[in-house]
Design a protein around this ligand. Sequence first.
Ligand code: BTN
Length: 318
Amino acid sequence: MTVDLLDRLKEAKTPLSGTVLAVVMGVSRAAVHKRIEKLRLAGHRIAGTNRVGYRWAGSLDRLDPHLLKRGWLKQVIHYRVLGSTQDEAKSRAVAGGPEGTLVLADRQTQGRGRMGRRWISPNGGLWYSLILRPSVQPVWAPALTLVAALDWVEVLRARGVPAGVKWPNDVWAEGKKLGGILTEMSSETDRVHWICLGVGVNVNNRPPVGTVVPAASVLAWTGVLSRETLLNEWGTRFARSYARFNRSGFSPFRLAYERRSILTGARVSFNDLSGRREGRVLGVNAEGQLRLAVARGEILCSSGEVSLLRPAEGKKRS
Ligand code: BTN
């Protein structure tokens, strides 16, 4: 009921009186009042009184892990400050932590990004790592992160953010990076032990400056959003996608990924251990590798860094 009440308050355009809330929720006014106090104690800023009406003063978006929908999660471990959720999740995974363990931090002091980069993680963003133990062959596993990024793109687009995915698993909008995923995995030849899916999204925080690529926060398009709500939306989607991925791999997501990719048809440069190449992005294959048309035909890129040189003809920048 606390979740329900919070959602109603967050969505309401005008203050809601205790009487109205009691009627729509089918409880007594005293029960509404008690819940309001509980939400306030949990750090939500709720202005007003029973008589004049309550209003969610959402500028302080304090994460309340108790309000996360538990269906898709086995356990949520929440820290106000942590070095890196990824390091914490990894040690838990190594120690046998169950699939569906979510490590979440309001702020990270040692956040890590791909390519050994630093990931700036102040209050207001979403920084979390999820332990997964997929039942696919290790070669298929990396594509799971493309699916996780695609789900973030869909969640943000549903809220009017013109987001797109940038291979392999970045979330971009209008030429700026909103978030990214760092995936680490332990496996043997034919079995995945665990995957830690480390996700960082700039939501209500000021975007970092001086980063390798320009960054932005979701806030710029939507105003302050509830991070719990966003995470619940992503989690609900991802739980479905994960089940599908375990059954059928990346193939069922391939077309949707290409449709949402900001690189499809674009001219790019690609850097990996074997050097720098230029080409035109044809799409992705069923393993999630990037297909690049180069002078001598087609190459497949598995891991590395892609930079956009020229967007696809007639494609709007996302
Ligand atoms: C990227 O470089 O695009 C990936 C960034 C991943 C950052 C997230 S924030 C939560 C988790 N903990 C970390 O230290 N990194 C990941």
